[in-house]
Design a binder for this molecule. Structure first.
Ligand code: GRF
Length: 199
């Protein structure tokens, strides 16, 4: 049986980060992407999973369904792939405490700002409107708060004088796509060796 670390991706949108992660780990000997789940039927991320032959699923929210119940159903689907880590790549739902506990808080996210600045939705828009000269992205662990978990790594980039919002976002997303898989790789392998070292 393979001893690779198994990561499950959750994504709601275009999926440029999901794609970058699937590409990065495609031939890895140590980490594999085992599935991709989405709460949006039309999410581009689902198409990208097909391209990389990664099993994928869409989970719709039922009418009047509680967040807890949605996440319980999601846990059941994810557990079919037995993941060690959950990686959020533009996943636009807050995870419930039950979900976080089930996966022992082994959940990673990327946020498009230098946290703690500009948490929440539309962080690029927030940073652009505030005209901050140094922007960036943050890879962090997920906890119960909104983008409040422990910071793993950050990468900054400048707002250039003639940047439109779209230039700024495009440059940021390109940096995210390079940075996120590298940070996941390094962090997970470090965690693995420190757990082994403790035994
Ligand atoms: C990224 O900016 C990410 O930081 C944020 O949502 C966006 C997702 O983009 N959480 P994509 O779907 O990965 O292209």
């Amino acid at each position: 049986m393979s001893s690779k670390l198994r990561i499950a991706i959750l994504a709601s949108g275009t999926g440029s980060n999901a794609e970058a992660i699937m590409r990065y780990f495609e031939h890895s000997k140590e980490i594999e992407v085992v599935c991709l789940g989405s709460n949006r039927k039309m999410a581009g991320a689902l198409e990208k999973a097909i391209k990389f032959s990664i099993p994928s699923f869409y989970q719709a929210s039922k009418k009047n369904e509680s967040r807890e119940n949605f996440d319980l159903r999601l846990i059941k689907k994810l557990e079919m792939y037995n993941p060690n880590w959950i990686v959020l790549a533009g996943y636009m739902r807050m995870l419930t405490p039950g979900f976080l506990q089930h996966f022992k808080y082994q959940i990673i996210n990327i946020h498009p700002s230098l946290l703690p600045l500009f948490p929440g939705a539309n962080a690029y828009e927030q940073a652009y409107s505030a005209k901050v000269l140094q922007s960036g992205c943050t890879v962090h662990l997920v906890d119960e708060g909104m983008d409040t978990g422990k910071i793993i790594a950050q990468k900054s980039f400048s707002l250039l004088p003639n940047d439109s919002l779209s230039d700024f976002k495009q440059r940021g997303l390109k940096i995210e796509n390079e940075f996120y898989p590298q940070v996941i790789n390094e962090y997970l392998l470090n965690q693995k060796s420190s757990v082994r070292g403790a035994i």
